[in-house]
Design a protein around this ligand. Structure first.
Ligand SMILES: C[S@@+](CC[C@H](N)C(=O)[O-])C[C@H]1O[C@@H](n2cnc3c(N)ncnc32)[C@H](O)[C@@H]1O
Length: 221
């Protein structure tokens, strides 16, 4: 790890909005995230949040919801965690863990929604895709009944795979959009448009290369 990454990683560990459960052990936070936020507002996860632009952006739009960005890269989450602290956003936190161990960190029925933002498409390892059955089963446990999964991606492969999984596994398809910014539709309210326009680091990178952004949302229970 480079010097700056090490500095950021060390600094973020002392932040009040950053959590780092021991991987492979049940976290003290499991079932207690509402206590951290000091309210019983809905909790939304962003899995593979990177620098946390979506978690921070959503927390500004929805003060009545709580957001937790999850990633294994602490030095990346430092960016979002610092921004949230400087802005006084108390409804967003970050958690460094592997998504594979999400059931050690969040209790059954603790979560209301999950966002997957520009997840790695894992071309050669379908079982590692964040919308593969292996992960969906983990999400099913932590999501409340009727909880929603959102996927925003540049990847045709991941999007096609996910939309096929929705059909094959009988998840409830709520919206599938193969060209989000061109087909957003006039009937969306301004708030929803503003949310879609939150741009993560990877979204900016991929759109600068001409990628078309895709979005779907579905229910798994
Ligand atoms: C392509 S980046 C996208 C980051 C961010 N969402 C964005 O749009 O800029 C994928 C992120 O997912 C994280 N990630 C991938 N697999 C993971 C896993 N199994 N557990 C935790 N984080 C993971 C990586 O560390 C990386 O930050």
């Amino acid at each position: 790890m480079g010097k700056d990454k090490l500095r950021r990683f060390a600094a973020v560990k002392d932040y009040p909005n950053f959590f780092e459960p021991t991987i492979g052990e049940v976290s003290d936070m499991k079932g207690k995230w509402s206590e951290h936020f000091g309210n019983d507002h809905p909790i939304v996860l962003e899995l593979g949040c990177g620098k946390g632009e979506y978690s921070v952006g959503l927390s500004r739009h929805y003060p009545e919801k709580n957001f937790i960005g999850v990633d294994i890269k602490g030095a990346r989450m430092y960016i979002g965690a610092t921004e949230a602290l400087e802005e006084g956003l108390t409804n967003v936190a970050f958690c460094r863990t592997k998504i594979d161990f999400i059931n050690d960190t969040f209790a059954d029925n603790e979560i209301d929604e999950i966002w997957l933002t520009f997840s790695d498409p894992q071309p050669n390892k379908p079982n590692k895709r964040l919308t593969s059955p292996n992960f969906i089963e983990k999400y099913r446990r932590i999501l409340k009944k009727g909880g929603i999964v959102h996927l925003k991606t540049d990847s045709d492969l991941l999007f096609e795979y996910t939309t096929e999984e929705i059909k094959e596994k009988g998840y409830e398809e709520l919206l599938v959009n193969w060209d989000l910014y061109n087909e957003m539709g006039e009937n969306l309210d301004q708030m929803t448009k503003d949310i879609f326009h939150i741009k993560t680091h990877y979204e900016k990178l991929f759109t600068s290369r001409g990628s078309v952004i895709k979005y779907c949302k579905f229910r798994i229970s």
